[in-house]
Design a protein around this ligand. Structure first.
Ligand SMILES: Nc1ncnc2c1ncn2[C@@H]1O[C@H](COP(=O)(O)OP(=O)(O)OP(=O)(O)O)[C@@H](O)[C@H]1O
Ligand SMILES: [Mg+2]
Length: 490
């Protein structure tokens, strides 16, 4: 990542009175903002505040209706939702639409070389000739990051780049961003991980409902204050308090010696009724693979799964639903949602049979359900019949959760449920999870956010290399102990 030096030092982008609407919905209300050279600007705001829209206008991906954007150099952008073509190789994606040529022919060798170089700077193990379809979300994110750096630019916009990255990967990214800035570049950095703001930013800007409500030096505002500015009110504590499962609680799901090739190896545990069980570990430890195996999305090579004491054969998501298991995938755009379908259709997607009356789907009832979840989660949408791809990232996540809940599962496996969700909505989701547990539903919470696991669970499993490395309970459940087990250092 090298910054192309600016001719005129000072400002990289100057935005004046920018207005943008989608149909009758006004999303940017005359935004004015200056982005300096040699600077990292953090951009925070609640789900649907307009951050991605502003970013896309600055990058030139969206057209604004009024106002002005002056760019002093090339703007590159890492979008919030992946824009990669899964069937293509990594290097083909990196150079898509801007392929390199030599003597009139595609210069494959050079494209592969530059791709490898960009990936190496990110310390990624992705290979330029890997097919994107075979990569997990963290690796796809690396490809998106690499894509923004194969050509020189003076401004890089990153829209929630770290939601799927672990701490080490985040550190590598931050080092690159600082180097880019010190070489004269500017960064617009969008995040819901508010603690990242003082760490990486020079300035902070907070958006609310299409307006900028704060802009100042990063040292002048704490993450707590940013959260308050985002919400326009002060937020109560983020975690509603741990669940307590009485000691004679009955196991609802028993996993016995379950393996899936070498990704999941001989895992056994039981989940109690009304429990929120944490499942954590480093990226690649096999948490998602274990969830996929339980839900029949990944072939089980041995072992038994019992639900309510009965062994169940689960070979597809459909079987899982019938056994009373819901799964919220970490790959929202890939498997959790049908992007072009409406909020209503997505909400009832997995529970549709329950809306049939004499073989006919009761649309009114489907819509009533969608409406209820939209109200409950404060989902910002133009309407329940709007396609989900018109919702902001965090609001799409809320629809995906509603879809899983509407199956009325006995067991709900949440895989990184608060990915891209703002602090306020995050607290709502935790509260919701806790009240479901209180009503007897059992949850498995897969998360890399240790604070999230400790705040919500009274017991957590830690995975390492496809195996269970250990179980922590009560007072043992601390970040330190989790890290010991996750890394195997102790
Ligand atoms: N293509 C579209 N058509 C209609 N409405 C849209 C479209 N894209 C975005 N919107 C609306 O614009 C508003 C702002 O969306 P935006 O994606 O900019 O929010 P955001 O601040 O990035 O939120 P998040 O934190 O959830 O990513 C949302 O209410 C969204 O529903
Ligand atoms: Mg966004």
């Amino acid at each position: 990542m090298e910054a192309r030096a600016n001719n005129t030092p000072g400002n990289a982008v100057e935005i004046t009175d920018l207005e943008k609407s989608f149909g009758s919905v006004r999303v940017l209300n005359g935004v004015s903002l200056t982005i300096k050279s040699n600077s990292i600007l953090g951009l925070a705001g609640g789900n649907g505040a307009g951050k991605s829209t502003l970013a896309k206008c600055v990058a030139g991906h969206l057209k604004h209706e009024a106002g002005r954007i002056e760019r002093n150099g090339v703007v590159a952008m890492v979008p919030q939702e992946f824009m990669l073509i899964p069937e293509m190789k990594v290097y083909e994606n990196l150079f898509l639409g801007r392929e390199l040529h030599r003597h009139g022919l595609l210069d494959k060798k050079e494209m592969i070389r530059r791709s490898a170089e960009a990936l190496a700077k990110l310390e990624s193990d992705v290979h330029p000739e890997d097919e994107v379809a075979g990569l997990n979300v963290a690796r796809r994110q690396m490809v998106e990051l690499a894509k923004s750096t194969v050509f020189p630019s003076s401004v890089i916009i990153m829209d929630e780049p770290t939601t799927v990255l672990n701490r080490d990967e985040t550190d590598v990214l931050f080092t690159l961003l600082r180097r880019f800035r010190d070489g004269g570049g500017s960064v617009i950095y969008i995040t819901h991980r508010l603690y990242e703001l003082p760490e990486i930013c020079d300035e902070i800007c907070v958006m609310r409902d299409g307006d900028i409500v704060f802009h100042g030096p990063a040292g002048g505002v704490t993450p707590q204050e940013v959260a308050r500015l985002m919400a326009g009110r002060s937020l109560d504590s983020l975690f509603p308090g741990r669940t307590t499962v009485s000691s004679n609680a009955e196991p609802i799901m028993e996993i016995e010696n379950v393996s899936a090739g070498n990704k999941v190896r001989d895992v056994s545990f039981s989940l109690n009724r009304g429990e929120i069980l944490g499942l954590t570990g480093l990226a690649g430890a096999g948490r998602t693979e274990l969830a996929e195996t339980i839900c029949g999305m990944r072939g089980k090579t041995s072992g038994t799964i019992r639900i309510g004491g009965e062994p169940r054969r689960i070979r597809s998501m459909h079987d899982a639903h019938r056994a009373g298991i819901s799964y919220l995938s970490e790959d929202r755009q890939g498997t959790a949602l049908l992007l072009k379908s409406s909020v209503t259709d997505n909400t009832v997607l997995a529970s549709l049979p329950s809306y049939a009356k004499h073989g006919v789907i009761d649309r009114k009832q489907c819509e009533a359900t969608a409406k209820r979840y939209v109200e409950e989660f404060h989902t910002r949408t133009p309407g329940i019949n709007a396609p989900v791809n018109t919702l902001s990232g965090g609001n799409q996540q809320k629809v995906a959760i509603a879809k899983g809940l509407d199956v009325k599962p006995r067991v709900f496996i949440f895989d990184e449920p608060t990915r891209g969700v703002d602090v306020g909505a995050r607290a709502e989701i935790y509260g919701f999870m806790q009240s479901l547990a209180a009503d007897g539903m059992s949850c498995i919470l897969i998360s890399s956010d240790l604070e999230e696991v400790i705040g919500n669970c009274s017991r957590a499993l830690v995975m390492r290399g496809g195996e269970l490395a250990g179980e922590l309970q009560g007072d043992e459940l601390t970040e330190e102990e989790i890290m010991y087990l996750a890394t195997g250092i102790k």
